[in-house]
Design a protein around this ligand. Structure first.
Ligand code: ARG
Ligand code: ZN
Length: 858
């Protein structure tokens, strides 16, 4: 069944209060839910109360204290006929958390009990109007065996606790803030806390806890530091203060996504909590900080103001991603963070926009909402709000967000409400800008710079490509930050913000005796693709001179991209190949040796465009050729710059471990230098990598070395992999790395190795982190996935079929890789399609996988 945005109706019945009683057990939990039911004056007046359920059955139902015998089931939902306007309804259900492999609702993980309710998991716990516009005050009582569940947590504050019979105990929790059911949470188990306090700007003392399994407490300090920094930052940057006396974070090892912002009780995937230098890379540290911030920021953008319906998901996710991006930028390097965010957008979101699953940031329909927790809703959603901020300026934008929070606090709002508040708060006219919410597809902007007399004229045109269900598109306002550089001085006279509002636009700039060099979409001010014919020398100029660090990175990316696209298209004769390589070599050498650059930024500039981003540039492409050309360029660079790279690797190998930016920059570069050295000379690469591995005193260096070795066919590879596994026995997150480093390598026999890893004792189909560590790494590894035999496609197809009955949400995440078949050369495309058809033929397919496969087949 297709759910449509335009069919929204307000709820017929409201539930101002709910009292939940849990008798906890790992394989049997009894839930009694008491609902105060009130007719919604704005509803349609129906006498039928529809309570959603999913794989649960009512054991008893009472209405106003009287047992009901004639309740009806409509599919999974419970229907109760009510005569008046106010009733008390009680429902008993029984759950088996240990058997809940979908990890939605109440489930067992590692001997503890926890919940995941967003988007529609609450209906797997009890019958309820499980939609985000029904807000209730929750009171929770839970009881259970004290030895199994020494710690009992729920949303809000603990109001009472005590001992029961037969070694049980109980606790009562109350959350004063009305919330939708998707924000409900409960956790019970053996946990230990890293405890701290935070005093808010108005003087409220808040108890903070990061709860983990005993033994993991030594890896929680970075999470705690990140939480405290988030709380402070949101006060200073957005004026948002925390609103309870307690804030709990719990780390669980079986989790479908990253983390969940349940009110006062955030539940996290362990990988976004646990970090210490021996087990977490610098990137892992950054991810912890970012996700801790993200979930904390949801307390306002998500919880205090929630979503009216799931089509509005980007209201909370796009905005919260922007907030976490700005937070991370303030905590570290702003330009480096911007570059990373754009790289993610291009690798993960651009392919969504140009494929069969394309959808606007505010979708119009869905079959399974879990499939819409996408890079489009999250990351493009953040870019759309960032554009408003760019057009308004920071100060005015803050007025807009203040107005938004003030107007909609305590309610379930829409994306339209957000845009209206920004409009009213900033004074911007966003009438046409709203198209960014309704149109899918990455706008293509072509740019041409003409020079005439003393005038430079920038001519721009845009097209928004057709996407499934949206054949015709209107032009959208596109804010582009630009600068025009003087070739002789290497400087410009000031940045401009031009807004391309229609199909085409022309912008004139005076005072140029010679044709300037155009720097466009600086800071990636708009999430568009820029098409422009550019001389290599202009790009080399910008890569060396642009004062916008993002633009500098962009120039380097374009230089390489232009070369590789031509090479992949077969359009390079030997002379042009040589001159293209020479230009890239010059630019790269300047980057490697520039004393002014900090190493974190240098590391960004040295990253070559991803193969998937390269494929994006071509309508249809051969992944084998893309892979070969990109690897060939790496090998050429590794040889051409061998001396510089070795000198760089030597210099930074001497920098001692610390968490400061300089040392982190050194570690990032160390591995990048190693990658290029190994591409040029495998023997030299192996020797340096194993030396780096043996003397490593931190995970960044160790993982970098193993990453390089995993792709080489040499004895050092086996030494490092065996040592790594033995050293980290019992540490699930590091064992995940061991799997993904191998599955992601460009080793000639990588497919064979992945098949062997699937049989390894440590592999678990029931644990999403482990499944992703092996198979997601494989699915994004072009050498494995796009193997010319089709074996990579078959492997992912088989995984989807095996995983779907266990965990449909995680299984569905693998479908888009196969769904790209239209953009791949015909031989492989046929094999990819055949895999999709094989999946589609499974009769008992989940709604999650069914939707993705059907849309992918088109
Ligand atoms: N709201 C969570 C976050 O962005 C994501 C939860 C999504 N869960 C799901 N099962 N789809 O932080
Ligand atoms: Zn979120």
């Amino acid at each position: 069944p297709v759910i449509r945005r335009e069919d929204y109706l307000p709820p017929a019945w409201l539930i101002p209060e709910i009292a939940l009683d849990f008798a906890l057990g790992l394989d049997e939990t009894v839930v009694v839910s008491k609902l105060s039911v009130r007719r919604n004056p704005d509803g349609n007046g129906t006498a039928t109360l529809r309570l959603n359920g999913d794989q649960i059955a009512p054991r008893a139902v009472t209405v106003d204290g009287t047992a009901l015998n004639d309740w009806k089931l409509d599919g999974p939902d419970l229907l109760i006929e009510l005569a008046g306007d106010a009733h008390e309804v009680a429902i008993e259900t029984v759950l088996n958390p240990a058997a809940n492999s979908q990890l939605m609702g109440l489930y067992a993980s590692n001997g503890m009990l926890c919940t995941q309710c967003e988007a529609e998991g609450f209906r797997r716990i009890t019958f309820f109007p499980d939609r985000p516009d029904v807000l209730s005050t929750y009171s929770v009582r839970m009881s259970g065996d004290k030895a199994t569940f020494p710690i009992l947590l729920a949303n809000g504050n603990c109001t009472a606790e005590g001992e029961g019979e037969d070694g049980t105990h109980w606790a009562e929790w109350h959350d004063p803030w009305p919330k939708p059911s998707y924000l409900f949470a409960l956790v019970a188990g053996e946990l230990v806390a890293n405890h701290a306090t935070f005093t808010t700007m108005s003087g409220r003392r808040v108890d903070l806890n990061v709860w983990v399994r005993p033994g993991d407490e030594g890896r929680t300090q970075h999470a705690m530091d990140s939480l405290i920094a988030s709380m402070k930052w949101d006060e200073e940057t957005f004026g948002r203060e925390y609103d309870l006396d307690l804030f709990n974070i719990v780390a669980v090892s079986d989790f479908n996504m990253g983390a969940m912002e349940n009110k006062g009780l955030n539940v996290f995937n362990t990988r976004y909590v646990l970090a210490d230098p021996d087990t977490a890379t610098d990137a892992d540290y950054d991810a912890v900080e970012g996700v801790i911030g993200h979930e904390y920021f949801h307390n306002w953008s998500g919880n205090r103001v929630t979503c009216r319906d799931w089509f509005q998901l980007s209201l909370k996710e796009g905005f919260t991603v922007l907030r976490d991006q700005l937070f991370s930028a303030d905590m570290g390097s702003e330009p480096v963070k911007r570059i990373e965010d754009v790289r993610v957008l291009r690798i993960a979101q651009f392919p969504e926009d140009s494929g069969p699953l394309a959808h606007p940031i505010r979708p119009d329909s869905y079959q399974e909402i879990s499939n819409f927790y996408t890079a489009t809703v999250y990351n493009k959603g953040a870019e759309v709000i960032r554009m408003m901020r760019t057009m308004a300026g920071e100060e005015a934008f803050r007025k807009g967000t203040d107005l938004y929070f003030e107007r909609h606090d305590g309610t379930a709002a829409t994306c339209e409400d957000f845009v209206k508040a920004i409009e009213d708060g900033t004074g911007l006219d966003l009438a046409r800008f709203r198209l960014w919410y309704s149109q899918a597809g990455t706008p293509q902007v072509s740019a041409r710079l003409e020079h005439d007399g003393r005038i430079a004229r920038l001519a721009l045109t845009q097209t928004v490509p057709a996407t499934p269900g949206q054949p015709e598109k209107a032009p959208m306002p596109i804010p582009l930050r630009i600068a025009l550089f003087d070739r002789d001085t290497g400087t410009h006279a000031g940045e401009h913000l031009v807004i391309l509002d229609g199909d085409e636009g022309s912008f004139a700039f005076e005072g140029f005796d010679k044709p300037p060099v155009l720097s466009i979409n600086r800071g990636f001010s708009a999430p568009v693709a820029i098409e422009m014919e550019r001389e290599d020398e202009d790009l080399v100029f910008l890569a060396a001179n642009d004062d916008d660090p993002f633009a500098r990175y962009e120039a380097m990316q374009s230089l390489v991209l232009q070369h590789l696209v031509a090479a992949v298209g077969g359009g390079l004769d030997e002379a042009r190949r040589a001159s293209g390589r020479a230009a890239i070599g010059r630019a790269m050498k300047a980057i490697v040796t520039d004393p002014e650059l900090d190493d974190l930024m240098r590391g960004e500039l040295m990253i070559l465009p991803a193969e998937s981003y390269l494929a994006e540039q071509l309508l249809v492409s051969d992944p084998g050729v893309i892979h070969a050309e990109r690897e060939a360029l790496k090998a050429w660079l590794g040889l051409e710059l061998a001396d510089e790279l070795k000198a760089l690797h030597d210099r930074i190998s001497a920098v001692p471990y610390s968490r400061d930016a300089a040392a982190r920059g050194a570690r990032k570069l160390k591995t990048q230098a190693l990658v290029l050295i190994a591409s040029g000379d495998a023997g030299e690469g192996a020797a340096r990598a194993i030396a780096q591995y043996r003397k490593a005193d931190n995970m960044t260096d160790r993982q970098g070395a193993v990453m390089v070795l995993a792709g080489l066919d040499c004895p050092e590879r086996e030494e490092a992999l065996a040592d790594f596994l033995a050293r980290y026995e019992g540490n699930a997150l590091v064992i995940d790395k061991w799997f993904s480093l191998q599955a992601g390598s460009f080793h000639p026999r990588v497919l064979e190795q992945i098949h062997a890893l699937a049989q390894h004792d440590e592999f678990r189909m029931s644990n999403p982190n482990r499944v992703r560590s092996l198979y997601m790494a494989a699915a994004v590894n072009p050498q494995a996935f796009h193997d010319a035999s089709g074996a990579g496609y078959a492997m992912i197809g088989e995984l989807i079929r095996k995983l779907d009955p266990i965990n449909p949400q995680t299984a569905a995440r693998f479908v888009p890789a196969l769904g790209r078949w239209r953009r791949v050369e015909p031989g492989r495309a046929a094999m990819m399609r055949a895999e999709l058809e094989k999946i589609a033929a499974v009769p008992s397919l989940s709604r999650d996988v069914r939707e993705q496969v059907t849309k992918s087949l088109g």
